[in-house]
Design a protein around this ligand. Structure first.
Ligand code: G4P
Length: 538
């Protein structure tokens, strides 16, 4: 296969959803089709207290949830598919957002009985920021669902994206009869008898074959379907692949992941509509995935992948060219030319040392402590950087104190490393030392992770005191103002970040504006000077 063919058959996407919408179940069905796993339930079985294959950290095992993200690769009908799994718990972390930076498209799973939920909204905003295509799968149609038009309306209003139903559900819950495919004009009849390894339908009936449709779904469903189709054809946005690829229009599919209905139809349509890796922006212009040589960027750093080895893995997304075992690459941020150490692909809980990988693939590389989130790797002859990964504004803050002050060095080392991996952001008050810091996180679970890791890896006990702050503003013109003389609000706290940038924390949303009014000339921003940009998703 040529390089162009290898890259052209790659589809790299993230699955986003609110917890419990069915992301894990859908992923599992995808893997079944790809032959990557053999039995349903092998990805996650909460009931039997088994754990997702992506669970690595001890804390996840204890709590039965997935804190980290994982990558799954499988083949299906000639495509090579990389699924970036995102943590499925309410308390997600910055990693969840960063994972989206490595994906070329996103699959959004929505529970048909609930519509758009909070977490979907946040993750969705990151997709919009990147203009990546978003494909919607409305799940759990075997349960009573909301009105289909209302569901579409909900997506459009809540997320600000146009919808185009590719298929249409015929009833829901115990009256679920199947879906109608708008392009082929066929009714695909629902059956839950084939759940498991096969798609749960066998017969497609043309909508023009009135008698057969009537026999299959009954008179009421037929009448309702016909009037809905009429309405739909008049009202919904035209299918426009270009708009889909620009992230302006989301194709919508219906089905039941659990009953394995509508899943393969979705997968096939998705693979056709989604793009292979596209050019990425660097400081030296666009980098073409096929024409340019190897390049990648680090989007995630994971410590303790394997407790026995105490290792740290940097995950990188290959953006262009081909990686070959033993090749030398330039780590742009340090200027060093080196061989990647033990590059591996992660499939479920196993790791496989790689001989080669292509643009679109994710590889994990042993990290002796040199990589940071957002770093670029390229060929030794090249020297460009990819646009940095945004820092996402923390939404929860806690004061962190070490219990035993004799262990200051371990505490500082641990905090620095965990911050470098991007699991937490660290702030300090002006009049205290490093033995007392303020940690900022996107999801509160990260506080537990911090506590657990400091204890397990650095043997340091900490006490956490949650703080009420929710809003963060960096001081832009720090050289022009005396930060200690800022006239603040009662809910304001002045701190500095790890790069000594001054910033303000607030409890109330409206306080930053009041502080601006009280301090003429002061400039505030919700991003720091070190970052290319920062995303405030609140
Ligand atoms: P998540 O990863 O998005 O958090 O969701 P997950 O797939 O774990 O699914 C959450 C629950 O919803 C699971 O039930 C799952 O079986 C169920 N589910 C997923 N898809 C469908 C569907 O299409 N129809 C119906 N009726 N249910 C669905 P659970 O009881 O919480 O867990 P489990 O014991 O079945 O694992």
């Amino acid at each position: 296969m040529t390089l162009e063919q290898e890259i052209g058959r790659r589809r790299t996407f993230a699955i986003i959803s609110h917890p419990d919408a069915g992301k894990t179940t859908l992923t599992e069905k995808f893997l079944l089709y790809g032959g990557a796993i053999n039995t349903a339930g092998s990805v996650k079985g909460k009931a039997t207290a088994k754990h997702a294959v992506s669970d690595w950290m001890e804390i996840e095992k204890q709590r039965g949830i997935s804190v980290t993200s994982s990558v799954l690769q499988f083949e299906y009908e000639g495509y090579c598919i990389n699924i970036l799994d995102t943590p499925g718990h309410q308390d997600f972390s910055e990693d969840t957002y960063r994972t989206l930076m490595a994906a070329d498209s996103a699959v959004m799973v929505i529970d048909g009985s609930k519509g758009v939920e909070a977490q979907t909204r946040k993750l969705f905003k990151v997709c919009v920021m990147r203009h990546i295509p978003i494909f919607t799968f409305i799940n759990k149609m075997d349960r009573d669902a909301l009105d289909t038009f209302d569901l579409l309306d909900d997506i459009e209003k809540n997320l600000g994206i146009e919808t185009c139903p590719v298929n249409w559900p015929i009833g829901s819950g115990k009256d679920f009869k199947g879906i109608y495919d708008r392009k082929t004009r066929n009714v695909v009849q629902y059956s839950d008898t084939l759940k498991g390894t096969k798609e749960g339908h066998e017969t497609d009936i043309s909508i023009d074959d009135g008698d057969a449709v009537l026999a299959a779904i009954g008179e009421d469903a037929k009448d309702k379907l016909e009037s809905e189709i009429e309405l739909l054809d008049g009202a919904s946005a035209e299918f426009d692949l270009d708009a889909v690829r620009k992230g302006q229009l989301t194709p919508v599919f219906f089905g039941s992941a659990l009953q394995n209905f509508g899943v393969e139809i979705f997968l096939q349509a998705f693979l056709r509509m989604a793009t292979p890796p596209t050019p990425r922006v660097s400081d030296k212009g666009l980098v073409d995935p096929v024409k340019d040589g190897f390049s990648a960027f680090v989007f995630k750093i994971q410590a303790n992948m394997n407790k026995a080895h105490r290792d740290r893995i940097a995950f990188m997304r290959i953006c262009s060219g081909r990686y070959e075992a033993g090749m030398e690459v330039r780590h742009v941020q340090s200027g060093r030319v080196q061989r990647l150490q033990q590059p591996q692909q992660l499939m479920a809980s196993s790791r496989k040392i790689l001989d080669e990988a292509f643009a679109g693939d994710i590889i994990g590389v042993f990290d002796p402590g040199i990589y940071s989130i957002g770093d670029t790797l390229c060929l030794p002859k090249d020297n460009f950087r990819y646009a940095g990964i945004p820092t996402f504004a923390p939404e929860h803050f806690a004061r962190v104190r070490q219990v035993d002050t004799m262990k200051r060095d371990q505490f500082v080392k641990g905090i620095r490393q965990i911050a470098q991996e991007g699991a937490i952001q660290v702030f300090q008050e002006y009049n205290t030392g490093m033995e007392e810091i303020i940690a900022g996180v996107v999801g509160v679970l990260q506080f537990d992770v911090l506590k657990f890791r400091l204890k397990n890896e650095y043997n340091v006990d900490i006490r956490l005191e949650e703080l009420p702050y929710e809003h963060i503003r960096w001081i832009v013109n720090r050289d022009e103002v005396d930060v200690k003389k800022i006239v603040g609000t009662t809910d304001m706290k002045l701190v500095k970040d790890m790069h000594d940038n001054p910033l303000l924390l607030f409890v109330n949303e409206w306080s930053p504006q009041m502080v601006l009014e009280r301090n003429k000339g002061l400039q505030l921003a919700n991003f720091s000077r070190n970052d290319e940009f920062q995303a405030d998703l609140t």
